[in-house]
Design a protein around this ligand. Structure first.
Ligand SMILES: *Cc1c(COP(=O)(O)O)cnc(C)c1O
Length: 387
C-alpha cells in the first residue's frame, strides 16, 4: 500500500522525486572520488527527467562542484534559479548563442575555431573572459576536434584574450563494457592529446573524461574531474557497477484509478479491442496516463502495475493520455473480493509499492531501450512532486 500519498490537484498522474535518495546517491558517488577530484553533476534533459533546478540544488548539498547541461536554454534555467557554480554545455551550440553564453557565464564545449573566436569577440566586447571546455574526439565520432588536431586548434585560438580554457575533455563510447579494447584506445589517444597541449606550454584547465560507468569502475581515469550523470538518479549503467556502489532510484511514477468496471466476459478493451475480458470476476481499471506522458505504447499488454502492493497486468493498447489494467477478483474466500480495487486507489507504474518493485531496468528491457530513456520520457509532461 502506498501511504501518505501527495498528488497533483488537477490530474491523477504524476512523477514522484525522492530528493533524499538523490542526495544519498550524490554523496555515495562523491565518496568514490579522491578529495582533489571534482564532481561535475550532469543535469541535462531536465536532470534526466527529474527536474534540473530542484535536483541541482539537492546535489549541491551533497558534494556537487559543477554542473553540465546539453543546451544553452538548460544552462540559462539553472543560472536564473540562482546557481553560481560553473555550468558546462556538453556540445558546441550554434554561433548565434554566444551572446547568451557570455551573459549567463556558461562554459560551452568548443571544437570549431569559428565558434571559439566568435565567443572570444563577444566576451571581449562585454569586458569579460568566456571559459570553455575543449572537446576532443578520441573514437566515439560524435563531437570534438580529432585527437590528432587538438593542439593545432588550441594554437589557432589561444591568441584571443576573450576566451580561456577551463577544461579539456573526451567522452567514452564503451566505458560500461569491462576490459574493452576501444576504451583503452580512447584513453591512450586522450592522454596523448592532453600531453601535446601541456608540452606546448598551454593550460588544459581541468582534464576530464569519466562518465558514470568510468567513475564507478575505472578510478585510473578520474583525472581532475568526473562527469557523473545517470548514477545520481539511482540508475546503474551496467551490471558491474551494482557490485561497487549502492544507489537508490529517485523517480517513481504513480497515478490513481479514475474508473472501475466489471465488464462481461468477451468485452473488448481500448483501441482495436486487442484485449477481451477472458473470464468472470475481472475488474478493468483506468489510469489517466498514456504515451504522451512517457509511458511508451510499445509496452501495451507487456507491463504490470502495482496496486495495493500487488502486481496486475496492463491490458489493451496504451492510449495517449490513459491506459487500462485488469484486476482478477478472488471471490472464493468469505464471498468477499480480496483484491478488489476502487476509484481513487493509487497505482504505481514505476517504483515500489509494498514488497513489489517495477524498475526502470524492467521497463527498459520490455521496451528494448535503456533505463536512461525510460526516466527521460516520464519527465516530459507529468507534474513532479518532490518528497
Ligand atoms: C550525458 C553525458 C555524461 C553523463 O553520462 P552518464 O552515463 O549518465 O554518467 C557525461 N559526459 C557527456 C559528454 C555526456 O554527454
Amino acid at each position: 500500500m502506498v501511504r501518505g500519498i501527495r498528488c497533483p490537484e488537477d490530474r491523477w498522474a504524476w512523477v514522484e522525486i525522492d530528493l533524499e535518495a538523490l542526495r544519498q546517491n550524490t554523496a555515495a558517488l562523491k565518496r568514490l572520488l579522491d578529495r582533489d577530484v571534482q564532481m561535475m553533476c550532469v543535469v541535462k534533459a531536465d536532470a534526466y527527467g527529474h527536474g534540473a533546478v530542484k535536483c541541482a540544488k539537492a546535489m549541491l548539498r551533497a558534494g556537487a562542484n559543477q554542473f553540465a547541461v546539453a543546451t544553452v536554454t538548460e544552462g540559462v534555467e539553472l543560472r536564473e534559479s540562482g546557481i553560481r557554480e560553473p555550468i558546462a554545455i556538453l556540445s558546441e551550440p550554434p554561433l548565434d548563442t554566444v551572446q547568451t553564453i557570455v551573459d549567463y557565464d556558461l562554459s560551452p564545449a568548443v571544437f570549431n575555431q569559428d565558434f571559439a573566436l566568435a565567443l572570444g569577440e563577444c566576451a571581449a566586447a562585454a569586458g569579460k573572459v568566456a571559459t570553455y571546455h575543449l572537446a576532443i574526439d578520441t573514437g566515439m565520432t560524435r563531437i570534438g576536434v580529432n585527437w590528432r588536431d587538438a593542439l593545432e586548434l588550441r594554437r589557432s585560438i589561444d591568441f584571443h584574450r576573450g576566451i580561456e580554457c577551463a577544461g579539456t575533455f573526451t567522452h567514452f563510447a564503451t566505458a560500461d563494457v569491462s576490459g574493452d579494447w576501444d576504451f583503452h584506445m580512447q584513453t591512450r589517444r586522450f592522454a596523448s592529446a592532453v600531453r601535446a597541449i601541456q608540452d606546448a606550454g598551454l593550460d588544459t584547465g581541468l582534464v576530464h573524461c569519466a562518465n558514470t560507468p568510468a567513475s564507478i569502475l575505472r578510478p585510473e581515469v578520474h583525472l581532475d574531474m568526473c562527469r557523473v550523470g545517470v548514477g545520481l538518479y539511482g540508475l546503474h549503467p551496467a551490471l558491474e557497477t551494482r557490485k561497487v556502489v549502492h544507489l537508490t532510484p529517485v523517480m517513481s511514477v504513480r497515478g490513481r484509478i479514475t474508473r472501475v468496471e466489471h465488464p462481461e466476459v468477451g468485452t473488448g478493451v481500448s483501441y482495436g479491442l486487442t484485449y477481451r475480458v477472458p473470464k468472470p470476476n475481472v475488474q478493468i481499471c483506468t489510469v489517466p496516463m498514456g504515451y504522451a506522458d512517457g509511458l511508451s505504447r510499445n509496452l501495451s499488454g507487456n507491463m504490470d502495475v502495482l496496486v495495493n502492493g500487488e502486481r496486475c497486468p496492463q491490458v489493451g493498447r496504451i492510449c495517449m493520455d490513459q491506459f487500462m489494467f485488469a484486476v482478477t477478483v478472488n471471490n472464493v474466500r468469505a464471498y468477499r473480493p480480496t483484491r478488489a480495487v476502487e476509484y481513487g486507489d493509487v497505482v504505481t507504474v514505476l517504483g515500489r509499492d509494498g514488497n513489489e518493485v517495477i524498475s526502470a531496468d524492467d521497463m527498459a528491457n520490455r521496451r528494448n531501450t535503456i533505463n536512461y530513456e525510460v526516466v527521460c520520457d516520464f519527465g516530459l509532461r507529468l507534474q513532479k512532486i518532490y518528497v
